[in-house]
Design a protein around this ligand. Structure first.
Ligand code: BAL
Ligand code: ZN
Length: 890
């Protein structure tokens, strides 16, 4: 397959100014008439017009109303004899396609008898021939025609300007988008849909209509999405002065969707998972995900749509920035500072469990990649989450107000354009000329060009005679494919020094006239740097990288006592949590190294258990934070800390740690559970969700302790709780406690849960993934997965369902998946191949389950490699899957 290189970018040979599309919608054969006006781009050498197309049937091509010659180059339509000169000309292309056969869910497809589109990144070419690249921005008008009874609702981008009846029971609607846009933001929807509607008035006094469209029957699950949308509109106005630029803003939900959601101009299309919620069917996590995804797609309206990407290598320009914006949005919606901290810890946990491994594996790529085979493979945690961290560091370096000024300049300069990551960074720096960012910009931009996670190594020396503390920080970054040597990064390091009482000391560097109140941020730019703090009366404990101020691994040889001190006292909640994680990882690694983990082993030391008890009992800490501190580092995170990974051993040790916390703290868990029962009305706010999360955690530990002791009281209570719960969070937590502890009552609760929610697809997804992600006991999960695939509700064609069974097992259940008999890998290779023929994007994501194969211990390592090679040997793989498996083997 062809490799596309960033360095080869050239502007298009033609511009497309207007696009007038007419659709006659029919599932088996949809007719598409595409009338465009084009003109030559005088800035580049003359070239034939090469239009992208995929799986289209071409019927007719007219230039200025006349038939013309054309040829095909692969799937591209090539036109050579076009009008000379700068005059605009009209090109008319008539094609047909078959939406009902479109299982890739890219382009125009059918889901539940309705039509939907997905065009990002390169789906528009599956609808009509086009210059399908983001730097070609055009004005669109769209006419949809369809059977009125089957497709009463006809939607596209922009404003509805005309609608009416047609012969034969058909009708039409004409939409005009007032904004120019790249083809990837085109959308249409047609079907039996109903909507919740809300009129709002912006700060600027303009009126807008907001709509959330769903299938009939789901309207009672749209209130939260609508509220989230209203909050998003208000937030972007308040924080960045960015107002809604459309009279009408629509969200439409579909249950067949490759991604989470899509920011099509004025017509966002969402996976139902990120729209539908009521307290009976959605958990607190669902509520909070909906809020951030609704925000994310709405914020794209400016960061992505008004200013878009010049080419797909700049994807993080819009994605990193928009993730940063949705993270800030969710934080700003928290009233309590502690809830903001909880959100930050959750975001960092995602980065470290998913992005750090990506950056260390065969798919490692810079935030602005240099090459790809299939762009769909680069919608990654690196582009999104690491990209967001890069934007966050910019904000740290210029301050919150400085960042808002930078955003303002970015829009002044580039509104309506397709630009690069460099343009963005330049605008933020230019708006803050006196900042560290402006001073260090070329070096800072290494975050865009260099892949890999930097490591910061710290050492501290206390000099009692000089009353000074010297902290030496050095940075390094391992080589990644094609980048043997890395230059130093610009790393903001949030820092504090704790005294023996746990209070922050004033920080005065040698040479400074007076102390500066902590916390402070220092900027590491060299391979090594030394900070000497004066007026320090006793050896302090350094709290480094506060708030996770940069996406790096921090190595510091803390003693257990120092970590316990930070866990008990640090004013920085992130580092307080981090100290607990470091202690737990340390115990886990020691136990993993010390050979087998016998039943009843106790990997955690008394001091750690006692510290956890103190956290649980601390009345000053809120529940959500306690839940995070008490959650042990995940198996994937522990694996990343090891050079050689034995997934079974990691699992055994982590399970032993869980059992130890369950048993040693049993009395506390019971108190915690009872103390966190809310009987009022359900609200998904951070404080109440935190209370439910901690109560759920208590229940799981009480069930684990009961399973160890053989006691039946708590499992019985849990089953009662499961039956009587007033909301999905409590019900699902109770069910999960039974499943996760392996108690026999799970076998009664699971079918009951299925029967209760048999018509709720998103709940059935949870039912599947709870079972396929459950702790493996003697290899029991793979047979269960195979059995679940025979269930009447299972389908590989629906991405959510396929992910809930196959991906949850292969990518979310290491001990179930990595079996010594290699049966997990065989299962994986079969499913990747099977899915690849249906939906390459879903297959390629699943293909990444073995990214880290080379770190595995034998016999896993060889068996995993063999399984990847088996997939790679398949001759007709999609570009998507081919790129993933060939990089894994490289
Ligand atoms: N642009 C693809 C979906 C998203 O990131 O919003
Ligand atoms: Zn996005």
């Amino acid at each position: 397959s062809a490799v596309i290189n960033r360095a080869d970018y050239i502007a298009p040979a033609y511009w497309i100014d207007t696009v007038d599309l007419s659709f006659d919608l029919d599932p088996a054969k949809t007719r598409v008439l595409n009338k465009m006006t084009l003109r030559r781009n005088a800035d580049v050498p003359a070239e034939p017009l090469k239009l992208d197309g995929e799986e289209l049937n071409l019927a007719r091509v007219l230039v200025n109303g006349q038939g013309t010659s054309f040829r095909m180059e692969g799937e591209q339509l090539v036109l050579e004899n076009l009008p000379e000169g700068a005059e605009a000309f009209e090109l008319e292309i008539f094609t047909t396609c078959a939406p009902v056969k479109n299982t890739k869910l890219m382009g125009l497809y059918v889901s539940n008898d309705s039509f939907f589109t997905q065009c990002e990144a390169e789906g528009f070419r599956r609808i009509t021939y086009f210059l399908d690249r983001p730097d070609v921005m055009a004005s669109y008008s769209v006419t949809l025609r369809a059977d009125k009874a089957k497709y009463p609702v006809l939607l596209s981008n922009g404003n509805l300007v005309e609608q009416g009846e047609l012969e034969g029971g058909r009708h039409f609607a004409k939409w005009v988008d007032p904004h120019k846009k790249p083809a990837y933001l085109f959308a249409l929807v047609a079907g039996q849909l109903v909507s919740r509607e809300q009129r709002i008035t912006s700060r600027a006094g303009k009126e807008h209509t907001l709509q959330v469209y769903v299938r009939p029957g789901d309207l009672d699950k749209t209130e939260h999405a609508m509220n989230s949308l209203m909050h998003s509109v208000a937030w972007d106005e308040a924080r960045f002065g960015l107002s809604l630029d459309l009279e009408r803003f629509m969200i439409v939900a579909t249950s067949d969707f490759n991604m989470g959601a899509m920011e099509n101009k004025g017509l966002n299309i969402f996976n139902t998972k990120y729209v539908l919620a009521n307290q009976a069917t959605a958990t607190d996590t669902d509520y909070s995900n909906i809020e951030s995804v609704v925000g994310h797609e709405y914020f794209h309206n400016w960061t992505g749509n008004r200013i878009t990407c010049r080419d797909w290598f700049q994807l993080s320009l819009k994605e990193g920035l928009t993730v940063f914006r949705d993270q800030e949005f969710s934080q700003d919606l928290c009233f309590e500072p502690s809830a903001r901290a909880v959100k930050r810890i959750e975001d960092v946990r995602v980065l470290r469990t998913a992005q750090f491994p990506e950056d260390a594996g065969p798919m490692a790529h810079p935030v602005r990649p240099d090459s790809y085979i299939e762009i769909s493979n680069f919608y990654t945690v690196t582009i999104y989450e690491k990209g967001a961290e890069v934007v966050r560091m910019m904000q740290t370096l210029v301050g919150r107000d400085g960042f808002a000024k930078g955003m303002k300049l970015y829009f002044e300069r580039h509104d309506g354009q397709a630009v690069t990551c460099d343009d963005f960074a330049q605008a933020i720096a230019d708006a803050n000329p006196a900042s560290d960012l402006a001073r260090l910009l070329p070096q800072f931009k290494r975050w865009y060009s260099q892949a890999g996670t930097p490591r910061v190594h710290g050492t501290g020396v206390y000099d009692a005679a000089a009353r000074s503390y010297t902290l030496t920080l050095s940075q390094s970054c391992a080589s990644t494919a094609g980048q043997a040597v890395k230059e130093p990064f610009v790393i903001p390091v949030g820092l504090g020094l704790l005294d023996a009482d746990g209070a922050d000391l004033p920080l005065q560097l040698a040479g400074e006239a007076a102390p500066v109140a902590a916390p402070r941020t220092f900027v590491l730019t060299e391979a090594g740097q030394t900070l000497t703090f004066t007026h320090i009366d006793a050896e302090p404990v350094p709290s480094i990288l506060r708030g996770f101020s940069a996406p790096v691994v921090l190595e510091f040889d803390y003693s257990d006592a120092q970590l316990l001190h930070l866990l008990a006292n640090d004013i920085d909640p992130f580092n307080r949590w981090e100290a607990g994680q470091r202690l737990a990882v340390r115990s886990a690694i020691e136990s993993i190294a010390a050979s087998a983990c016998p039943a009843g082993a106790e990997p955690l030391n008394d001091a750690y258990v006692q510290a956890m008890r103190s956290v649980l009992r601390d009345p000053a800490l809120d529940a959500a934070f306690k839940e995070l501190v008490l959650t042990l580092p995940g198996e994937t995170y522990i694996a990343e800390q090891l050079d050689v990974v034995d997934p079974q051993r990691i699992h055994a040790v982590r399970e032993a740690m869980r059992a130890q916390l369950a048993t040693a703290l049993a009395d506390d868990w019971a108190v915690v559970y009872e103390a966190h029962q809310d009987n009022g009305a359900y609200t998904p706010d951070p404080l109440s969700s935190g209370r439910r999360a901690l109560a759920g955690m208590a229940l799981t530990h009480l069930c684990i302790a009961a399973t160890v002791s053989g006691d039946s009281v708590w499992p019985g209570k849990t089953y009662q709780r499961f039956k009587a719960a007033g909301n999905m969070t409590d019900r699902f937590n109770a069910l999960a406690a039974l499943v996760s502890s392996g108690h026999a009552l799970a076998a009664e609760a699971l079918p009951r849960f299925h029967a209760m929610f048999k018509d709720e697809a998103l709940v059935i997804d949870k039912w599947f993934s709870l079972q396929t992600g459950a702790p493996d006991r003697g290899g029991n999960i793979l047979p269960a997965v195979k059995q679940l695939m025979k269930h009447a509700d299972f389908s590989l064609r629906n991405p959510n369902r396929a992910r809930s069974v196959v991906s949850t097992f292969c990518q979310g259940n290491p001990a179930g998946f990595h079996r010594a008999d290699a049966a997990g890998y065989v299962f994986w290779s079969e499913r990747v191949i099977e899915l690849d023929a249906i939906n390459p994007q879903v297959a390629a994501r699943l293909a990444r389950a073995l990214d880290r194969w080379s770190k595995l211990a034998e016999p896993y390592r060889s068996a995993a490699r063999e399984a990847i090679a088996r997939v790679a040997a398949k001759s007709d793989l999609s570009k998507d899957t081919h790129e993933v498996v060939s990089r894994a083997l490289a």
